[in-house]
Design a protein around this ligand. Structure first.
Ligand SMILES: [Zn+2]
Length: 416
């Protein structure tokens, strides 16, 4: 097995044209897209992708979660395939690239291989995971989660949207409920290209993020109980101020995240005080702490530090305190072999790159639990995503897809 030559490149113009064509389906109100999972426009987007796959001679498999698997044969039909893809669904006010780049980037690889008449030993499968975004049907990454054995199929089918419509019924209604058993596929390796959704690559002027880890997280809900009293007539030494406790804990969360660098983050994102009146000292505060780290030991150390510090602050102020974990993801370590192929591809192709941690969840994070997996990231303007103004340049898309191409065909083994 040898590394592909540096002169092998995808067709960036064709990739960009396909991105723009897909973006015509389910337009948003401000230049982006609204192609939420299992809507009529999701079906339209799937049909266009399927049409392109058929034109490229791929055979389509669809499983009972509506995941789409478009396969190009290898010279060894018994070899486990290399998978490449992401998701075509979007947020209600989503961009044109989040997810879509990874799916159409996979298709562009196939088209390039056909142009160059390159065969691989392993089959290559381009995948569109259903309902990555999770806005219409929570949670996010639902179908890749079922594939990876994290969720039960019947539980997933019973998920309801805001109107009480069930996932399974809607999947059937749009015509994409397949027969295939979910998760029954043998995956040699999986690669996902995705926009960064953060500001680091653009700020540093790098073309490629080599994703080594996915952030683990803890969400903690903290409830403080003090005493509601008049802001004017209660002397300072007699106050039991739940709002002050929340402010001090918020500061502590920031400090604890700073003490666990690199890559740790922490913030209080949701905050409520009662009675939320301008002349009443808050008698109750309920807020959520979001702490993340790619390192399991650090993540748990941060949680312990937040809990200890919050308890100390509450005791100092005479507040009652309850702390409840309300969400958790384990950190993800992507496969060193696959990550190495991505890094080597960026190097070989002459693209500037750095190792990066994914701050957001992705389908690849679930698949990493069942198969060797890696991700490629390209920059996005101002780090903006989950926003109709999400933007990338054709050069960034091309660089990301070139790196994806080289990593995929190295794993799939070019037959000379
Ligand atoms: Zn995405």
């Amino acid at each position: 097995m040898s590394a592909p030559g540096e002169n092998l490149r995808i067709d960036g113009t064709r990739l960009w044209d396909s991105l723009m064509r897909m973006a015509e389906i389910g337009p948003g109100v401000a230049g982006g897209n609204n192609r939420q999972a299992l809507t009529d426009v999701d079906a339209e987007g799937r049909a266009l992708f399927a049409e392109w796959c058929a034109a490229a001679g791929l055979t389509m498999g669809v499983d009972a979660m509506g995941n789409m698997f478009a396969r190009r044969e290898g010279t060894d039909p018994d070899a486990a395939p290399v998978y490449v893809g992401s998701h075509l669904d979007t947020q209600p006010t989503g961009g044109k690239y989040d997810g879509v780049l990874g799916v159409l980037g996979g298709l562009e690889i196939i088209r390039t291989l056909d142009d160059m008449e390159i065969r691989t030993r392993r089959p290559i499968v381009v995948v569109n995971w259903t309902n990555e975004e999770g806005t219409r049907f929570a949670p996010a990454m639902l179908a890749s989660g079922v594939f990876a054995g994290r969720h039960d199929l019947d539980w997933a089918h019973a998920r309801e949207d805001a109107e009480g419509k069930r996932f399974g019924d809607e999947l059937e209604r749009i015509g994409w409920k397949g027969e295939e058993e979910v998760g029954a596929r043998d995956i040699h390796a999986l690669f996902e290209l995705h926009i960064e959704q953060g500001p680091i690559l653009e700020a540093e002027g790098r073309d490629i993020g080599v994703v080594t880890h996915g952030q683990g997280l803890w969400w903690l809900e903290i409830r403080l109980t003090g005493k509601e009293s008049h802001t004017g007539s209660t002397p300072m030494h007699m106050r039991v101020n739940a709002g002050l406790g929340m402010a001090r804990i918020t500061e502590a969360v920031h400090r604890i995240a700073m003490e666990h660098q690199p890559d740790a983050v922490g913030a209080v994102g949701q905050a409520n005080v009662w009675p939320n009146s301008r002349n009443v000292i808050p008698g109750r505060a309920v807020f959520t702490v979001d702490i993340r780290s790619p390192d399991r030991a650090k993540l748990d150390a941060m949680r312990a530090a937040v809990e200890a510090e919050a308890a100390r602050i509450a005791a100092d102020l005479g507040l009652g305190i309850e702390i409840e974990p309300v969400g958790h993801f384990d950190p993800v370590t992507f496969d060193p072999g696959c990550v190495g192929m991505v890094r080597a591809a960026a190097e070989r192709l002459g693209y500037s790159h750095r190792d990066i941690v994914s701050g957001a969840g992705h389908d690849a994070c679930w698949i990493a639990g069942v198969a060797p997996t890696a991700m490629v990231m390209c920059p996005c303007k101002d780090g903006l995503s989950h926003n109709e103004a999400e933007e990338i340049t054709p050069d960034w898309a091309t660089a990301g897809c070139d790196v994806l191409f080289h990593a995929v065909i190295e794993a799939a083994e070019v037959v000379s």
